[in-house]
Design a protein. Structure first.
Length: 276
């Protein structure tokens, strides 16, 4: 009879007779029994401060406006911003079946750690494995119902949480968010290479902070320098889904908790890259 692995005694020699040798260990988590999510899309970046939450919410708004049922899983546990952007306050409710997400004014289902804490200013001081487990519970314990798209707003980098999302959720593809700084090539490639190693398709790249329009003459001013996103996308053989300027009105809506009113036309090309 084939030997089974024992985590305390298993080594290279003892694994020679293991029935699981040569097999990929399936780490996929099972969704809540009352959830039926067709497509999971991750929004990622290699560094912080590039506007992942802004892109996540913009894509969610666009798909919701087209009549799709949409949700946002806020996986940035230590820096959640989605509830604030949509003006969601209070605590998410639950029962023996699981936790119910809160709904934005434009019908998007949202779950975030900020909807489970005493106040939105309460800090989350947890180590990586606990953060990752919380994100997994947002998939297994939250009652999403019927969704066409679940957008996952990831924390920056390639650590525990993105790894957990890629391994535990049925991610159909990712959107990489970047900015025009000189380090962009390295940053984009880190996110791209992680997705490739995890066999996750890259749907495209979004560049944020591309320029700011002069309010008087309309000239585009490249505050952070010239864009290199087209050449990087060509090198990686992925699409550029949009180049977004610094738009003060969008920031105002987010600050007022009224991001549901935002129609981000700079991401029109992203629509056709979403899985059908």
């Amino acid at each position: 009879m084939a030997k089974e692995c024992n985590s305390k005694t298993c080594d290279k020699t003892s694994c020679e007779g293991c029935s699981n040798k040569g097999k990929n260990m399936d780490l996929m988590a099972e969704a809540n029994a009352m959830s039926n999510v067709k497509h999971v899309i991750g929004i990622v970046s290699g560094k912080g401060g590039v506007g992942k939450s802004f892109v996540t919410a913009s894509l969610a708004n666009r798909m919701a406006a087209k009549g799709f049922k949409v949700g946002i899983l806020d996986a940035d546990i230590t820096g959640p911003s989605i509830p604030k952007m949509y003006g969601l306050k209070g605590s998410a409710k639950g029962d023996e079946s699981g936790i119910y997400p809160m709904e934005t004014a434009n019908g998007i289902e949202v779950i975030s750690v900020n909807l489970l804490l005493p106040t939105e200013e309460t800090p989350v001081i947890w180590r990586g494995p606990i953060l990752a487990n919380m994100v997994k519970q947002f998939w297994t314990d939250v009652i999403w119902g019927d969704l066409d798209y679940l957008f996952v707003d990831m924390p920056p980098g390639t650590g525990d949480v993105p790894l957990t999302v890629f391994q535990s959720l049925p991610v159909d593809g990712i959107v990489i968010v970047s900015s025009p700084q000189d380090l962009v090539k390295m940053i984009v490639k880190k996110a791209y290479n992680m997705a490739e190693m995890m066999n996750i398709p890259v749907l495209g790249i979004v560049e944020n902070y591309s320029y700011v329009k002069c309010p008087d003459c309309g000239k585009e001013i490249k505050v952070f320098g010239e864009s290199h996103i087209d050449e990087i996308a060509a090198e990686l053989n992925v699409s550029v889904l949009g180049k977004m300027p610094i738009e003060a009105t969008f920031a105002e809506y987010a600050d007022k908790g009224e991001f549901d009113k935002v129609v981000n036309t700079y991401l029109e090309d992203a629509d056709s890259h979403m899985p059908a």
